[in-house]
Design a protein around this ligand. Structure first.
Ligand SMILES: Nc1ncnc2c1ncn2[C@@H]1O[C@H](COP(=O)(O)OP(=O)(O)OP(=O)(O)O)[C@@H](O)[C@H]1O
Ligand SMILES: Cc1ncc(C[n+]2csc(CCO)c2C)c(N)n1
Length: 258
């Protein structure tokens, strides 16, 4: 079985060169308080989308992260490439502002069966060929955790809807991504910015057998399921964690406060 490498280098000020194929990042900003490292994610990303009301957050909150600068200068610097969604949350002044700067606006108000995040991922998958050309595209989603629980579950569902894409859900406190059962996984821990608290969660279906290394409480052909054991409140002990499982698992790790 092929090995998949994971590393949260997008949380570092500069992404170190490494062996193997490099990653290309796309950023989706959701309608929640911007994480403090939003400008960093923005810098690393080659394509930036706002999911509907996420544009209000960029408009309102990016200037707050640069209090010494003129707000309209900051707003012009952080111009999303695309705003997509059902457009029931974005304010008119915000829509008009970004439209005047040339942002592509995609109104999908007729689709009330998929979330705005889902709509944005579809755009990146289908209409961003330059970014997508690289098989190592990685989509960072800011503001995906915390807040309304139905939204959080909708955001997690997107990981499963697009399980062949690398998608990382982020908040100020933690990040989450899917470890597909089709691969063995090697997770390189960026100890300066993440850990030590972590979890491996079998959402959807039980895992009959999961095996890990690099954790304080490792799994050894262990069964995990809701109603039984799931690996919450685990701790990473080194700089490398390995995971193999017969089912998709969610990997989550804490993000350090500066
Ligand atoms: N409180 C929250 N917690 C987690 N994610 C959120 C939250 N609020 C919004 N989001 C995410 O941001 C996206 C855009 O948010 P927005 O408020 O524009 O959605 P919406 O379709 O108007 O939601 P709703 O009508 O259900 O309130 C959502 O699709 C969701 O992925
Ligand atoms: C069974 C079912 N439950 C909820 C919704 C509502 N819904 C899901 S995504 C979405 C768009 C949010 O921007 C809305 C309104 C639905 N359509 N079908």
């Amino acid at each position: 079985m092929d090995l998949m490498h994971h590393s949260s280098t997008f949380l570092l000020p500069t992404i170190p060169l490494h062996h193997g194929p490099s990653l290309t990042y796309a950023l989706v900003v959701l309608n929640q308080t911007l994480p403090r490292f939003a400008p960093l994610l923005w810098k690393h990303a080659q394509l930036r989308l706002c999911a509907d009301g996420g544009a209000n957050r960029v408009f309102d909150e990016m200037p707050l992260l640069f209090p010494e600068e003129d707000a309209s200068d900051v707003r012009r610097r952080y111009k999303p490439d695309v705003i997509k969604g059902d457009m029931d949350s974005i304010r008119k002044e915000v829509l008009d502002f970004y439209r005047s700067l040339g942002t592509e606006i995609i109104d999908k108000s007729h689709d009330q069966d998929t979330t705005d995040l889902h709509k944005c991922i579809t755009y990146i998958r289908d209409f961003a060929p330059d970014v997508n050309k690289s098989s190592q595209l990685c989509i960072l989603v800011a503001g995906a955790l915390g807040g309304r629980y139905d939204h959080e579950m909708g955001n997690l569902n997107v990981l499963y809807c697009f399980s062949s894409l690398r998608i990382v859900l982020l908040s100020d406190d933690s990040l989450i991504y899917l470890l597909p059962r089709t691969h063995h996984h090697e997770i390189h821990i960026q100890t300066s910015v993440e850990g030590p608290h972590c979890g491996l969660i079998p959402i959807g279906v039980p895992s009959r057998s999961s095996t890990t290394t690099g954790l304080r409480w490792n799994l050894n052909n262990t069964e995990m399921r809701f109603g039984g054991l799931i690996s919450s409140s685990n701790i990473v002990v080194g700089e490398k964690v390995t995971v193999q499982s017969d089912t998709d698992l969610l990997w989550t790790i804490s993000i350090k406060k500066l």
